[in-house]
Design a protein around this ligand. Structure first.
Ligand SMILES: [Zn+2]
Length: 421
């Protein structure tokens, strides 16, 4: 489970807002807690020297601006690192720096006979879900990526926003926005007709997708029998909630929420209910995609809303594992792909000041120091027996965040968990 664009201080701010105390979210109680580096491979032409690449803990905590790095990773290279174990350039989806396709965890899970899927609160062909399913030299080739996800991948669940006919607040439009996020009009028409989809299970027969769109359709599949493959496109253009109209700088929940789209939790439970038909197990990536979007906009209230949505989804997954599986056979990892906004407390820069706790229900004292991604270490929490292997990978040390691994090593661990021999 990946919260796009959050970081240590986002979590702290949200915990203060929700609970009036630090570190009260469910993942803080997971037994495995590490940090993770997220750097990308710079293109020579990007000319990011003298801060050239990697992550240097000594520099990170001696120079406030070190992590405000123009070549910090984007979601495409970060997703590729976490899904394939290969570092690549920003913008690249499931390909190495030479543009060559590299295998991902979802494909390994398919080889192992597992059911597989991706769920997000932004467009389902956006960089993070794309990086877990597709292979393309540009994240911006949305239509091609969506076509690959629909027609060529073995995924059994794809869910998110990006509906061609609804605006950012979930209102039906007279003319469509764009069909690119759903693979172009031909692919969308085939999805609507129930004819889109290749041979997902390798038996030589096509396995068409069942398209669901309304919130009621999502909710109806949260329990009981399901189709084999479900593609959910919520009736909203970009994000489930973050992009809705109204004052984007209002405190959390002041602007009424769009009620015609599923919550991230509802989507996640729908996905699990589809994927759990397979006795060989499942592989699922769930993204809280709009924490990043709110953080780019320095929208404190909406960032908190999005992080809480993600937290509810994590809670639902923990409950689901405990009801339907166990922590011996299931690994749950909660992390992010990169920090966005360089969030610290008031009065930061050039020194680091803490987020200020103003009590539950009150916006904490926060200062955004960037509108871009940073090279800050990411938080990682894990639960399940296989997570013991994180101790082996987390062999680097940061004076503030402690032991850390690299985002490519998360992929290595997941590969090992699925194929320990
Ligand atoms: Zn971003």
């Amino acid at each position: 489970m990946i919260s796009d664009g959050w970081g240590y201080n986002h979590l702290r701010a949200v915990s203060y807002y929700e609970y009036g105390k630090d570190a009260r979210q469910i993942y803080n109680r997971f037994p495995f807690q590490f940090a993770m580096s997220t750097w990308e491979v710079e293109r020579p032409a990007d000319n990011c020297t003298p801060l050239a690449g990697g992550y240097d803990p000594a520099l990170a905590w001696s120079n406030f601006n070190y992590v405000k790095y123009p070549c910090a990773t984007d979601s495409a290279s970060a997703a590729t690192a976490m899904s394939t174990g290969v570092k690549t350039y920003n913008g690249y989806i499931g390909v190495d720096v030479g543009g060559n396709r590299v295998p991902n965890g979802l494909e390994l899970a398919e080889q192992k006979g597992k059911a597989t899927g991706v769920v997000t609160s932004v467009e389902w062909s956006h960089a993070t879900p794309a990086g877990f399913v597709a292979h393309n030299i540009s994240r911006n080739n949305y239509a091609a990526i969506a076509q690959e996800m629909v027609n060529l991948s073995g995924a059994d669940v794809v869910m998110g926003a990006g509906h061609p006919w609804y605006d950012a607040s979930g209102n039906l439009k007279a003319t469509p926005n764009t069909f690119k996020y759903v693979g172009g009009q031909v692919t969308w028409d085939a999805l609507v007709a129930g004819t889109a989809g290749g041979d997902a299970d390798g038996d030589g027969v096509a396995d068409p997708w069942t398209l669901i769109q309304t919130r009621a359709e999502f909710q109806a599949l949260m329990s009981g029998p399901t189709p084999e493959r479900v593609l959910g496109t919520a009736q909203v253009s970009e994000t489930l909630q973050q992009g809705r109209s109204g004052n984007e700088f209002a405190n959390p929940y002041v602007v009424p929420r769009t009620t015609t789209v599923p919550t991230l939790t509802e989507m996640t439970l729908t996905a699990l209910n589809v994927l759990d038909n397979d006795p060989d197990g499942l592989y699922l990536m769930v993204e809280g995609g709009a924490v990043d979007w709110a953080s780019h906009g320095n929208q404190s209230g909406r960032m908190i809303e999005e992080a809480i949505e993600f937290e509810r989804a994590v809670e639902a997954v923990v409950d689901w594992v405990q009801a339907n599986s166990n922590w011996g056979e299931t690994l749950l990892v909660v992390t992010g792909d990169h920090e966005t906004g360089y969030l610290w407390g008031p009065g930061s820069n050039p020194t680091w000041q803490p987020i200020v706790n103003n009590g539950a229900g009150n916006l904490p004292g926060m200062q955004w120091n960037s509108s871009e991604h940073t090279n800050s270490l990411m938080v990682l929490s894990a639960k399940g027996d296989a997570a013991r292997m994180f101790a082996r990978y987390a062999d680097q040390y940061d004076p503030v965040r402690g032991r850390y691994l690299d985002n490519t090593e998360l992929a290595e661990l997941v590969f090992w968990a699925m194929d320990p021999e």
